[in-house]
Design a protein around this ligand. Structure first.
Ligand code: HEC
Length: 179
């Protein structure tokens, strides 16, 4: 009797397994994927002019809408982890591998006294670091400013960038208005 119970016990998963496999087989028979002789991609490429548009990278989402709900404390933690190896953030702080960043939001590019900026950044010295400039730069420094000396891959996450920018904005006696 006990043996019989054990058999049932072993049989149950076996039966379930066979049923599962059977279902898969039937499923494949019912919806057997038809592979077209030429792929859709090749067809799409036929008119040559359309190709570059398709290859263009997706545009960066504007950071403005994310700034209202951005978290300064999270930004401070992210900046400590990602930026502090090269940057100081305190008023009058020393520049290291990167320039001091106190008051950077709204300040013109390349303004830290005595810092050896790249020619690419110095070329923008008449332009302020606005929210979208920081957004693009922190997303992908080398892409936003070809020739930059900032050897940092970038922060891919939109909310994290918003938080870091909110923290940078807080580093001022009177922070510039939110976008
Ligand atoms: C490996 C070192 C390094 C790291 C990490 C780094 N930076 Fe930089 N950063 C630099 C250097 C070097 C420059 C100067 C770039 C130039 O002149 O092209 C710079 C420039 C900048 C500027 C422009 C400053 C100005 O005065 O024009 C900003 C803003 C900035 N960094 C923000 C950040 C933030 C925010 C982080 C972290 C998310 C970060 N950086 C991480 C090295 C670094």
């Amino acid at each position: 009797m006990a043996d019989l119970e054990l058999n049932k016990l072993f049989a149950a998963p076996l039966v379930a397994g066979v049923a599962f496999m059977g279902a898969g087989l039937i499923g494949e028979l019912l919806v057997h994927p038809h592979k077209p002789a030429t792929s859709a991609i090749q067809i799409g490429e036929a008119p040559r002019a359309a190709a570059p548009a398709a290859a263009a990278p997706a545009a960066l989402e504007p950071i403005g809408p994310l700034m209202a709900a951005a978290n300064v404390e999270s930004g401070r933690a992210l900046a400590q982890r990602n930026c502090a190896a090269c940057h100081s953030f305190n008023d009058g702080g020393r520049s290291g591998v990167g320039p001091n960043l106190y008051g950077i939001v709204g300040k013109n590019h390349a303004q830290a006294a005595g810092f050896n900026y790249s020619a690419a950044n110095r070329a923008l010295a008449e332009k302020p670091w606005g929210y979208e400039e920081l957004n693009a730069f922190l997303h992908a420094p080398a892409r936003a400013m070809p020739g930059t000396r900032m050897a940092f891959a970038g922060l891919a996450n939109n909310q994290q960038r918003a938080d870091v920018i909110a923290y940078l904005r807080s580093l001022a006696a009177s922070p510039v208005p939110l976008p």
